[in-house]
Design a protein around this ligand. Structure first.
Ligand code: 2PG
Ligand code: MG
Length: 434
């Protein structure tokens, strides 16, 4: 006899992401009639140790088609997971991992496995009659994340027009998630007006941040502070800066090429530059300050940085629990970015978050630069109580769908909603050697 929570069928199709590129959507139908659906995002600045996103190669769509990943879902994966309980995520994901049989999902594709993993979670939540965040976190799932919102795009998301990838804001002075969005809306608007007044407003980058028409990276930081002030906020206290340096994109072997400024820095030179920026600008969080192949310098930066600075590992850690343990042992970073498609299942992503908690690290649930209307990461951030969420800018519907979904959840939670504010920022420091 079948049970209502058992998977009856799985169906995948090719859909299109915010860069107009193919991606995988999966639907999981349960015996009781509940249906879950999810779409997988795609990165541009990727860590080399991310799980593999399977692309077809060949002439169509620049080699980026996903017909093989879609076929894997509709064939092997659908057959293997039929009959499994959708609300036993660990067993389901274990089945996907075993079926793939490689360490990085290179046979089936992380885009195939993650689509099914997430769609099954949605189906299970629907079967339980609960919104996904509540299904994942129970009645405790009331913590609204601090948003990290991009104002200027750069790096791989803007044709390397500037070296730094994400110039973002966080709102330590805001009292609620809704207020953090209101404040960011004003900063984003003023940043646009500022670019307009300089005759330098040329549209937006991949994640919707303003196109970075600057002559130096520091000019972008100055412009961001000006926009915060023009919007009427106290830089640092009310609205602060968060950067994703994405240093793996312009550094290799301990050498970093700042294309915009036509100079090359070694690891210590880059560390010095970033520390100077931390003194001059109200920077509260820095992601990937050094490249993924430069972990010793990453740890050196972590030790040298101001005590309150959040230091985030993205390419360095690729949402992987084992890499996070290694980084913690070496004293690198104090926060991990959680991107489910870097691993290919929800269970592995959750394991990384659990490891972060155990080690005293902070975490940020993050979207990718190639996104869709899928809002699963909002449920993960709230359901898992992570306390921080990074989605891109304050424009374009693949971004706004996520901010707006979190707004709805905050409203639905009413008096029980708690805003994380700065409480979940990574702060851990290893003691300097005696
Ligand atoms: C990152 C993300 C989002 P991508 O580096 O953190 O900004 O970019 O998805 O291209 O890796
Ligand atoms: Mg990053």
């Amino acid at each position: 006899m079948s049970k209502p929570n058992q998977i009856r069928s799985v169906l995948a199709r090719r859909v299109w992401d915010s860069r107009g590129r193919p991606t995988v959507e999966a639907e999981v139908l349960l015996e009781g009639g509940a249906l879950g659906r999810a779409i997988v995002p795609a990165g541009a600045s990727k860590g080399t140790r991310e799980a593999l996103e399977l692309r077809d190669g060949g002439p169509a769509f620049g080699g980026l088609d996903v017909s093989r990943a879609v076929a894997h879902v509709n064939g092997e994966i659908a057959a293997a997971v039929a009959g499994l309980a959708a609300d036993d995520q660990a067993t389901l994901d274990g089945c996907l991992i075993a079926l793939d049989g490689t360490t990085n999902k290179q046979r089936l594709g992380a885009n195939a496995t993650l689509a099914v993993s997430m769609a099954a979670a949605h189906a299970a939540a629907a079967a339980h009659g609960l919104p996904l965040y509540q299904y994942l976190g129970g009645p405790e799932a009331t913590l609204l994340p601090m948003p990290q919102i991009q104002i200027f795009g750069g790096g791989a998301h803007a044709g390397r027009r500037v070296d730094i990838q994400d110039f973002m804001v966080v709102c330590p002075g805001a009292g609620s998630f809704a207020q953090a969005l209101e404040w960011t809306a004003e900063v984003y608007r003023h940043a646009g007006a500022l670019m307009q007044s300089r005759g330098a407003r040329y549209g937006v980058a991949d994640e919707g941040g303003w196109w970075p028409a600057f002559d130096t990276n520091e000019e972008a930081l100055d412009a961001l502070v000006n926009a915060i002030e023009a919007a009427g906020f106290v830089p640092g206290a009310q609205v602060g800066i968060a950067l994703d340096i994405a240093a793996s994109d312009f550094g290799r072997g301990g050498l970093y090429t700042l294309g915009l400024e036509r100079r090359e820095l070694d690891s210590d030179g880059l560390i010095e530059l970033l520390l100077r920026w931390c003194e001059r600008f109200p920077i509260l969080s820095i992601e990937d300050p050094l490249a993924e192949d430069d972990p010793v310098a990453f740890a050196r930066f972590t030790r040298a940085a101001p005590a309150q600075l959040q230091i985030v590992g993205d390419d360095l850690l690729v949402s992987d629990a084992a890499l996070l343990r290694q980084a913690a042992a070496a004293g690198a970073a104090n926060t991990v970015l959680l991107k489910p498609n870097q691993r290919g299942t929800l269970t592995e992503t959750l394991r990384c978050w659990q490891t972060a908690r155990e080690l005293g690290y902070g975490a940020i649930v993050s979207a990718r630069s190639g996104e869709t209307e899928d809002t699963t990461i909002v449920d993960l951030a709230i359901g898992w109580g992570v306390g921080q969420l990074k989605v891109g800018s304050f424009a374009r519907s693949e971004r706004m769908a996520k901010w707006n979904e979190a707004l709805r959840i905050e409203e639905r939670l009413g008096a029980s909603a708690r805003f994380a504010g700065m409480s979940c920022f990574g702060r851990r420091r290893i003691d300097p050697p005696a």
